[in-house]
Design a protein around this ligand. Structure first.
Ligand SMILES: [Mg+2]
Ligand SMILES: [Zn+2]
Length: 232
């Protein structure tokens, strides 16, 4: 059975949350109201799609400025090596982000990882306005409240017959965590899983993820060999 790794972008592949930092830097107006909306999202009272719409309405930034801002973000130095090793094992690594495709694409391409399958929310820049779009909102299995619901991506991988491992750090991973076959978590996601009794293995970065992946691949290989009839 093939493994699909569903990897969160902001705070997981990227060391920081690019989308949140962009909003923090370029939003105008009522900061207390923005904080209250983000808090409602963290508490599960507000879906990310509504949050993103509200945040984009407050932001004033051009495409060029937003890209230049995003380029300052570093990726986890172990991610490229993990992606290459996983491909070598015949596994699928998919980037699933509830942030925006313009910076996910830019940062992956700069790291030579442009060809990895990915999904994220869209944004159209009109002068200094960001107009969000949600191309995956109606996918089967989506909760209807997220921008890019990761539950739908678990469902898609399952439909291909894959075993799904989720790698993530935060609120945008919550819809997928109870559905994935295995969860690798850090930060707020790890606490959230533990509070709910969802099995989650802690990790720090993709060097850890690769160690876990190698151990798993070895165990699976060993089990397959052990289960094979003698002489086969
Ligand atoms: Mg994240
Ligand atoms: Zn969702």
């Amino acid at each position: 059975m093939r493994t699909t790794w569903l990897c969160d972008f902001d705070g997981t592949i990227a060391r920081t949350d690019v989308g949140a930092a962009l909003v923090e830097r370029y939003a105008r107006g009522d900061r207390a109201r923005r904080r209250a909306l983000a808090e409602a999202w963290r508490a599960g009272r507000l879906g990310s799609r509504a949050l993103i719409v509200a945040e984009c309405a407050a932001v004033r930034v051009s495409h060029d400025e937003a890209l230049a801002f995003a380029r300052g973000v570093e990726l986890d130095p172990g991610f490229a090596a993990f992606a290459a090793a996983a491909a070598g094992r015949g596994e699928r690594v998919e980037v699933v982000s509830d942030g925006f495709d313009f910076y996910v694409r830019e940062l992956l391409e700069r790291a030579g990882l442009g060809p990895l399958p990915r999904s994220a929310n869209r944004v159209r820049f009109a002068g200094d306005r960001m107009i969000p779009g949600f191309p995956t909102r109606a996918l089967a299995g989506a909760c209807g409240r997220c921008g890019n619901c990761k539950a739908a991506h678990v469902a898609r991988a399952r439909a291909r017959g894959d075993r799904v491992v989720l790698v993530g750090d935060g609120c945008s991973d919550r819809c997928a965590a109870p559905l994935a076959d295995q969860v690798l978590a850090k930060g707020a996601l790890l606490r959230w899983c533990r509070e709910r009794g969802i099995a989650a293995q802690p990790f720090d970065g993709f060097a850890d993820v690769e160690r876990i992946a190698r151990a798993r691949a070895g165990a699976v290989h060993h089990a397959d060999t052990a289960a094979a009839p003698a002489g086969s």
